[in-house]
Ligand binder design. Structure first.
Ligand code: PLP
Length: 371
């Protein structure tokens, strides 16, 4: 029996060990730990890759959202509509600045649904913040139309969206700010926590920079409130190496997704993510391969018994089910697609350490279950 891990952390290091080791030595030799050259270079490289004017490295993907919301002055009395199918961090960031996260339903592609968003709008609503989930963009045209109609701003939790595109435009560039996470399991992960916040707006950019570093300007003077939410220079040096090789990762992820799609698309009890398609409005990068299965638990047991590890995203709880956070199934009863999805969803392994034999093995084990 083969074992196919869901994720392989040591493999991230061993893949570019020589480059990582030499970056570590170089940064340490220079004693360049906080807001140094490697960070500036990584930020410039990232901004160019995404096609955005400003990209700032920050402590993690959660702080990226908090800083973005602070820069826009979103806080007490404001509501921000988010997808219920997101990490708790999206909602927590909104809560942390004193605003209220309002979870909305998903559409047929499991992304934030524009109609559901519209049904949640009231006079406290300030912003719509889709999660660019699993390496895919939401329908930004439909969300943009709702935002225009009610004069709301668009913000993006694009923690999982690096390199994903909609109508040729990158995740993280559709609204006032977009965020990234470099948590190890993300599309480009570092060796610890890391994130970025991006914007095309000059004023917002200025504020993001201040919020990340104690409200200090380039001369080191404190000119506003701020916090400490910097990306370590050492992590930026590692991330440069990941970003240099990222195009290769995108092709590989799309290749695996395409194999999965071909192998499973005739199984009627599965609901698959959209396959990679060059003619579609979407260019997906498959941070995750998340699907729905009518008999999920039995299928996952079968996969596990054959060495194929799977997980359920967010440990199986969408935002609107969190009783402890003031939500709950009995209070929010209109997110039907999300409820349907969370009874069925799980994720198959899709990562850079997978060999073709691993992919074929996952396919074989899956298909055996349905025979
Ligand atoms: C990972 C993730 C975050 C949080 O990022 P951290 O770097 O772990 O703080 C936020 N939103 C989504 C959708 C994520 O996947």
């Amino acid at each position: 029996m083969r074992e196919v891990k869901f994720f392989d952390y040591p493999a991230i290091y061993h893949r570019f060990k020589k480059e990582f080791d030499s970056a570590f030595q170089d940064v340490c030799d220079r004693g360049a730990f906080i807001l140094q050259r490697d960070l500036e270079e990584f930020e410039a490289q990232l901004a160019e890759f995404v096609g955005v004017k400003y990209a700032y490295g920050v402590a993690d993907g959660t702080n990226a959202i908090v800083i973005g919301l602070r820069a826009l002055g979103i806080g007490s009395g404001d509501e921000v509509i988010i997808s219920s199918h997101t990490y708790v961090a999206t909602a927590a960031a909104v809560h942390m600045v004193g605003a209220t996260p309002i979870p909305a339903d998903i559409d047929e592609n499991f992304m934030l649904c524009a109609q559901s968003v519209e049904s949640k709008i009231n006079d406290r609503t300030r912003a719509i913040m889709p999660t660019q989930l699993n390496g895919r963009c939401a329908n930004m045209k439909a969300l943009g139309e709702v935002a225009n109609k009610y004069q709301l701003i668009i913000l993006e939790d694009s923690a999982q969206g690096l390199g994903a595109k909609y109508l040729g435009q990158s995740a993280g560039t559709f609204g006032k700010f977009g965020t990234l996470s470099f948590y190890p399991a993300k599309l480009i992960g570092c060796f610890g926590d890391g994130g970025a916040v991006m914007t095309n707006d000059d004023d917002v950019a200025e504020k993001l920079k201040l919020w990340r570093d104690h409200g200090r300007n380039d001369a080191g003077q404190v000119i506003s409130w701020g916090t400490n939410a910097r990306l370590d220079n050492l992590q930026a040096a590692f991330l440069k190496i990941r970003l240099d090789n990222y195009d290769e990762d995108i092709s590989r992820r799309r290749e695996i997704a395409s194999k999965y799609h071909e192998a499973f698309c005739d199984i009627s009890t599965l609901t698959l993510p959209s396959p990679p398609d060059h003619n579609s409005d979407h260019f997906d990068v498959y941070q995750n391969y998340e699907l729905a299965a009518d008999n999920r638990d039995a299928l996952r047991d079968h996969l596990n018994a054959h060495g194929v590890k799977t997980i359920i995203q967010w440990a199986g709880t969408p935002i609107h089910h969190f009783e402890e956070l003031g939500f709950g199934k009995s209070k929010i009863t209109d997110l039907n697609r999300t409820d349907w999805f969370f009874e069925r969803c799980f994720m198959l392994p899709i990562h850079m350490a997978m060999s073709d034999r691993d992919v074929d093995y996952v396919i074989d084990v899956m298909r055996k279950f349905f025979k």
